[in-house]
Design a binder for this molecule. Structure first.
Ligand SMILES: [Zn+2]
Length: 136
């Protein structure tokens, strides 16, 4: 099958299903988005690793007035999340209302539609986090 025949979603699936971070081989610090240089020890001895799919909410905020690009999605929730592997990242939290959010809430990685390009009709996917209902 030629590359053109494979829907973009499937071509990119491996990227989006498991976002990769980088870990410092010298001090163990983990980064997402990935970094080439460690902020803690200055090492360039970094390697990729697959992020944990589960974590917990450290804090969050409701974005009511985003940049124009995201205006139609407002309001939405941005969470500071600590994954089970210790990585901290900021990501959108969906499938939950602000009233239901709480510190320590368990969340898991989910693949969701990010936006649709109006001209091409191509739907792009990105990662978000949703409540992990298997762990209440
Ligand atoms: Zn380091």
């Amino acid at each position: 099958m030629s590359r053109e025949m494979v829907p973009e979603y499937w071509r990119n699936k491996h990227i989006y299903l498991r976002p990769k971070g980088t870990v410092c081989r010298d001090c163990g610090a983990k980064y997402f988005p990935p970094r080439k240089v460690c902020l803690k020890c200055g090492s360039r001895n970094m390697e990729e690793y697959e992020l944990s799919e589960k974590g917990r909410i450290l804090s969050w905020s409701v974005v009511r007035y985003p940049t124009e690009e995201f205006a139609k999605y407002a309001p939405y929730i941005l969470g500071l999340i600590e994954l089970d592997d210790g990585t901290r990242l900021v990501a959108q939290v969906s499938d939950v209302s602000a009233d239901e959010m709480h510190v320590g809430m368990r969340v898991r990685l989910a693949i969701r539609k990010a936006f649709e390009e109006s001209e091409s009709g191509i739907i792009r996917y990105t990662y978000k986090f949703v409540p992990d209902i298997s762990e209440k």
